[in-house]
Design a protein around this ligand. Structure first.
Ligand SMILES: NC(=O)c1ccc[n+]([C@@H]2O[C@H](COP(=O)([O-])OP(=O)(O)OC[C@H]3O[C@@H](n4cnc5c(N)ncnc54)[C@H](OP(=O)(O)O)[C@@H]3O)[C@@H](O)[C@H]2O)c1
Length: 327
């Protein structure tokens, strides 16, 4: 397990990728996404950063802090409700109009609540939409720009032959399990556990498909598990539950991950040469690789992976007016 000091000493090395890196942080206005974006801004040379979220107030604060941290950075906020795929498409169109490449797509958008299934106007559960469908739609839409980043010659020597082109989804990597393929979008049998399970498993299976595509050989996919991190992630829970959670976190402090560490470890994974492109890597809160190969092989062999892929195509076809990028 790389110690946090080792991780921190690696981060300035992202300058080896050269100036003008572009990072898109979906869920970058709070928590793990904000902290990862902050480290990206701190160390990259002339970076351009897109923060996607709903809170203008948070974005204004972060933009000013980032500018102070690195006056050569450009930080743009795109306000959008990312639980709706039509909004995801509009955000991606805007980014594509402004950029020709993306070096890092960091997906940490999400909510936590106990209210049960909540339908978006597009008919998806809001939580599952944010954790899975929206993140995959961002990935597919922006893959052409990630591929372009992967093609750019690296500023660095043979010590770092691959340019930076990474996609990171922060959720539950390594916890993939068998899921109910007769109700993938959980229209009928919703529960909090099932929503987490479906999003986790569907993410890894979908990333594995994308990573296996010949065109994406230069792009590195990550599904990370952040551990228990104290963020604003509890904002949709009632006051009583938040107090209980606060006490719980105090008691189990030794097992929690400081949000700063989560940001540093998130950026480390995405920029480390330890992870080969063209694959999906499952990474734990302590930056160790996770191995769930046996379960994933089973999910390929029993047809789950194909069903998830076809189901997602159908959801995208039904909801989105334009096709995603060619994966
Ligand atoms: N923290 C943990 O202990 C933990 C553990 C395991 C997994 N995770 C997962 O890690 C991810 C990040 O968690 P976090 O703790 O960093 O959460 P967080 O601090 O609450 O950040 C969530 C981000 O998502 C954005 N967001 C939420 N709903 C949105 C919507 N409809 N449209 C656009 N943006 C939206 C929020 O921005 P706005 O408020 O500006 O909309 C915020 O930037 C989540 O998926 C969470 O489930 C977290």
């Amino acid at each position: 397990m790389p110690a946090i000091e080792e991780i921190q000493s690696h981060l300035p090395k992202i300058q080896r990728f050269g100036a003008g890196l572009v990072g898109v942080f979906v869920g970058g206005t709070s928590g793990i996404g904000e902290r990862t974006a902050r480290e990206f801004v701190r160390y990259a040379v002339n970076p351009r950063v897109y923060l996607i979220g709903r809170s203008q107030e948070a974005a204004t604060r972060i933009q000013s802090e980032f500018h102070e941290l690195n006056p050569t950075s450009e930080v743009e906020f795109i306000k959008a409700d990312a639980s709706q795929l039509c909004n995801v498409d509009a955000v991606c169109r805007q980014i594509k109009a402004q950029e020709s490449k993306i070096n890092l797509l960091f997906l940490s958008v999400g909510i936590f609540h106990f209210r049960g299934r909540e339908e978006t106007p597009e008919g998806l559960d809001r939580r599952l939409a944010l954790d899975f469908y929206s993140r995959l739609r961002f990935t597919e839409n922006l893959l052409p720009l990630l591929r372009q980043a992967a093609r750019e010659p690296s500023a660095e020597s043979s010590a770092q032959p691959s340019p930076l082109a990474s996609v990171v989804s922060v959720l539950g990597g390594g916890r993939e399990k068998s899921i109910d393929t007769s109700d993938l979008s959980l229209k009928h049998k919703y529960s909090l556990g099932a929503a987490t399970q479906h999003a986790t498993t569907m993410t890894t299976l979908s990333f594995a498909r994308l990573a296996a595509g010949q065109n994406n050989a230069g792009v590195t996919f990550f599904h990370t598990r952040p551990g228990m991190v104290k963020t604003n992630g509890d904002r949709e829970l009632g006051a009583a539950f938040r107090s209980v959670l606060g006490v719980f976190i105090k008691i189990f402090k030794a097992w929690t991950v400081p949000v700063q560490d989560a940001g540093e470890r998130g950026l480390w994974a995405a920029t480390s040469s330890a992870f080969e492109p063209g694959q999906v890597h499952l990474v734990a809160e302590d930056s160790e690789r996770l191995d769930n190969a046996k379960v994933l092989k089973q999910l390929e062999e029993d047809g789950t992976s194909s069903k998830v892929w076809e189901h997602t195509r159908e959801v995208f076809r039904e909801i989105c007016s334009s096709p995603a990028g060619k994966y």
